[in-house]
Write a protein that binds this ligand. Structure first.
Ligand SMILES: [Zn+2]
Ligand SMILES: [Zn+2]
Length: 301
């Protein structure tokens, strides 16, 4: 065979190999979902495995698995270890609401027990703190009832103090304006005490005024699939926050973005929408989101 034919065949085979080993064309880097309740117990049939496969196929690198009750702390940690992901530890405001609504009399004992279990879990797994357990939460306010909101705020305070003690960020659930205001007021009333706190306001859709107060603290804002239905205000909000304080998440499987079932791979939908909204290249945006997550959670992506 002549030299030029040989050269051409070599060129073809090199190109073929390259095409087959390339990452999805739009991404040079791995993707991370900073907030997913990605536990098999929340998926039916084989949907959990399907979502995990989909995430891996999309160049998915890391998921921060959110624990929300004392009951699923261990499952979140086990799954994080098994998949080389990360997890959180905390008590969701809806868990408190659930216990209160089930029985307001035994509630106080039950919520104390739940918090004691959280503390014990962290003590027993102290070697995993900052290694696999990278945040406290999710915690926050989910109710509109005055009494329940007061109780939720107390639990927020206790978990904030735990996070300060362990030097971990907190992941805050407060989707309505008045709920976020309670968190805001708590922080502003004890600014000195909370000066070192690191926060993520997740499922973010806040008013600009609240953003400015929260920015007194080391506060990040995390966007999820709900963003797909919004437009307009977001660009303005990101301008105020600064892109270096934005994160992306799915909150799967509880937020589906219109799909039948959602998983960490859907963070790509959030990235695409955000890239359109902010008129920023997808790859550059992804890199920024990864850097933000690595900086806040002290993790590798
Ligand atoms: Zn939430
Ligand atoms: Zn969540």
């Amino acid at each position: 065979m002549c030299q030029s034919c040989l050269g051409f065949i070599t060129f073809l085979s090199q190109n073929f190999v390259l095409t087959n080993t390339q990452k999805p064309a739009e991404f040079k880097r791995a993707i991370i979902d900073t907030h997913s309740h990605f536990l098999a117990e929340y998926y039916k049939d084989n949907h959990y495995q399907q979502q995990l496969d989909r995430f891996n196929a999309e160049n998915g690198s890391k998921v921060i698995i959110i624990a929300s009750t004392a009951e699923n702390l261990q499952a979140a940690l086990d799954s994080a270890i098994q998949n080389n992901f990360y997890c959180t530890a905390g008590i969701h405001p809806k868990r408190l609401q659930e216990l209160f609504e089930a029985d307001p009399v035994s509630f106080y004992q039950k919520i104390d027990d739940e918090f004691a279990q959280l503390q014990k879990f962290l003590k027993d797994n102290v070697h995993q703190i900052k290694k696999r357990i990278v945040a406290i939460g999710e915690l926050g306010i989910s109710s509109d009832d005055e009494q329940v909101m007061r109780l939720q705020l107390k639990l927020v305070q206790k978990q904030f103090d735990l996070a300060l003690k362990l030097d971990l960020p907190v992941i805050v659930h407060a989707h309505k304006k008045h709920q976020l205001q309670l968190i805001n007021d708590l922080l502003m009333e004890s600014q000195t005490h909370y000066k070192n706190i690191k926060l993520v306001i997740h499922g973010f859709s806040a008013e600009v005024k609240q953003l400015e107060e929260l920015q007194t603290f080391n506060c990040y804002f995390s966007c999820n699939l709900i963003l797909l239905k919004q437009s307009g205000n977001f660009k303005k909000a990101v301008k105020r926050i600064g892109i270096d304080k934005v994160l992306v998440e799915t909150d799967s499987p509880f937020v589906t973005g219109g799909a039948e079932v959602s998983g960490p791979a859907d963070v790509l939908k959030v990235l695409r929408k955000l890239s359109e909204e902010l008129e920023m290249g997808l790859d550059q945006l992804n890199e920024t989101m990864n850097n933000n997550a690595m900086k806040l959670f002290q993790i590798e992506v």
